[in-house]
Design a protein around this ligand. Structure first.
Ligand code: PLP
Length: 472
């Protein structure tokens, strides 16, 4: 008989741990952007499909060496691109254990630990964000799938009110559902709605102000223009400006018309934990909404992937997501089966890292993290705004900074490229009101004032360089 394969000391996992340790130690000082592009890395990895086995130790060493130049240091304290956090140590450690434990997090009866960690983390998140304690929670891959989850619940309830069972009968022949979105919504809202059968051309786009906030009066007019099932998607934290819809007003108007309100709060929901009354005021009234989507992998500083869907109407949430089969034991009355609350069936145990991050920060640590990031964003905006020719385009109320250089698309784009290739900091670009702009988002738990100052110096140098290029 062949011997059973087994784990041995000094194996690939230990070697991987050594590579992890090196990577994390180097993170604050390594170039932020990937040094090599896709084609180079692809060529290096692209060997003929191995006919036989390769020693795991060799694979780990070679993979680490081959991948390293193609890694973006998203965990770097000077990573200001997109909206991406790092990984707090407790979450990283919990995630490493979660991989080794290899739990299927769908069922409490199969993995009581994975299901219980999610349940506890869900309770904590509702408490931290000031959302209804009775709401149900599903842990997804990110905000996009949290939208699918929560908007699935919205679709269920909106149609059930008109006597239609969408899970049984689908959308063919159903009363038309009117879906209202802001003009400055995140693109994942459209993607999620599309998956639920609400095509992009059928959405009612509500006018927004200069900062991307939905105009409540425009929403009122749009809602009053028809009847029938209705869903409104509001936004807490616009991706470029960080602006918030007027939540209390949006919820009141929507509810007057019987509409469900879903909130895209991928990063913005966390303003609720700020010590600043002005910042907390941004989310005033948000608890009046019917569902919320946010991310664990942005401001909470968990590794990818982790999104959170929270739904006030627990029955609608379960009706929209639950799947059962004869071979799946039903949960006991006091058990939480994660597969009833998300689109996925089998999946990794995201709850351990979520639990660990929340526990390691605590309420005070999270408040400090959010307010520190906002203060850094303010410092970035002040320093950049003081540079000749640099305009700060947004009101920096949160952690997002939007700037334009010399009021010129080419110069602004060139500066972004020069900063990224320089490796000292990473910023990203966007188009805002038809003009190219540079986006900076401060989400990382490690970022210090010194990091902000280094980024400003790198941007100032890039501006001088870009002017030489564009106008020299
Ligand atoms: C990042 C983001 C999303 C998408 O979140 P994922 O986790 O990438 O799916 C949606 N809305 C807003 C406002 C975001 O910032």
């Amino acid at each position: 008989m062949a011997p059973r394969p087994r784990w041995e000391a000094g194996t690939a996992a230990e070697r991987a741990f050594a590579h992890i340790t090196d990577y994390l130690a180097g993170l604050p000082e390594r170039p932020v952007a990937a040094a090599e592009g896709y084609a180079k890395i692809h060529a290096r990895l692209s060997i003929p499909l191995p006919a036989g086995s390769t020693d795991p130790l060799e694979i780990v060493d070679e993979l680490a060496a081959a991948a390293e130049p193609g890694l973006a240091a998203t965990g770097s304290p000077r990573f200001f691109g997109y909206v991406i956090g790092g990984t707090v140590p407790a979450a990283l450690a919990a995630d490493l254990m979660a991989v080794a434990w290899d739990q299927n997090a769908g069922l409490a009866s199969l993995s009581p630990a994975a299901a219980a960690a999610e349940a506890v983390a869900g309770e904590w998140i509702k408490e931290l964000l000031g959302l209804p304690a009775t709401a149900s929670v599903g842990i997804t891959t990110g905000t996009q799938m949290a939208h699918v989850t929560a908007l699935g619940a919205a679709r269920h309830r909106a149609l059930a009110r008109y006597g239609w069972d969408v899970e049984a009968d689908g959308l063919h022949g159903a009363p038309p559902v009117r879906v209202f979105v802001g003009a400055a919504r995140h693109t994942t809202v459209d993607a999620a709605l599309r998956l639920l059968g609400f095509g992009s051309r059928r959405l009612t786009v509500v006018d927004t102000d200069d900062a991307g906030r939905m105009r409540p009066e425009a929403l009122r007019v749009a809602l009053a223009a028809g009847t029938g099932p209705a869903i409104v998607v509001a936004q807490a934290g616009e991706i470029n400006t960080g602006a918030f819809d007027a939540m209390g007003q949006i919820c009141a108007i929507s509810h007057e018309h019987g509409a469900w309100v879903h909130v895209d709060g991928a990063f913005g929901l966390w303003a609720a934990v700020s010590a600043s009354a002005r910042r907390r005021a941004l989310v005033t009234g948000i608890d009046q909404a019917d569902s919320w989507a946010t991310d664990g992998h942005k401001w909470l500083n968990l590794a990818y992937d982790c999104g959170i869907a929270i739904v006030a109407d627990e029955r609608a949430h379960r009706a929209a997501m639950s799947t059962r089969a004869p071979y799946i034991p039903p949960p006991a009355v006091d058990e939480h089966d994660p597969l009833e609350w998300t689109p996925e069936f089998s999946r990794r145990a995201r709850g351990f890292a979520l639990y660990a991050a929340l526990r390691s920060l605590g309420r005070a640590g999270l408040t400090d993290l959010v307010d520190r990031c906002c203060a850094h964003a303010r410092r970035l905006a002040d320093a950049l705004g003081a540079l000749d020719g640099v305009a700060v385009l947004n009101d920096v109320e949160l952690n997002q900074v939007l700037v334009r250089i010399d009021d010129d698309d080419a110069t602004t784009a060139a500066v972004i490229e020069l900063v990224v290739t320089g490796g000292e900091a990473l910023v990203s670009g966007t188009v805002w009101h038809r003009a190219v702009a540079m986006r900076l988002s401060v989400c990382n738990w490690m970022t210090t004032e010194a990091d902000v100052d280094r980024a400003v110096a790198a941007i100032a140098a890039a501006i001088a360089d870009a002017r030489g290029r564009c106008h020299g």
